[in-house]
Design a protein. Structure first.
Length: 79
């Protein structure tokens, strides 16, 4: 049986904090012997993402919101 990533995440987030911390430690520990990330590939992917976002801004497909408006909205949400 294959379990999707979304399902695993949901199940993990449903754990109590102590068990989530243990699971996080196990997952982080499992990365210690993993191959290092390809920094050149990561840089290339970030550049592609930045270009994509710039195109969406330039074509008006996304609306830019001033940072102060976002922060004010978040502060008002928590009240």
């Amino acid at each position: 049986m294959t379990v999707g990533t979304g399902t695993v995440e949901e199940l993990a987030l449903d754990l109590d904090p102590k068990r989530r911390a243990r699971l996080a430690g196990l997952l982080i520990g499992s990365l210690e012997n993993a191959e290092p990330a390809d920094e050149v590939e990561i840089e290339r992917l970030w550049l592609r993402e930045a270009e994509y976002r710039c195109r969406r801004i330039d074509t008006g497909k996304v609306e830019l919101i001033p940072a102060q408006d976002v922060l004010d909205s978040l502060r008002n949400r928590s009240r």
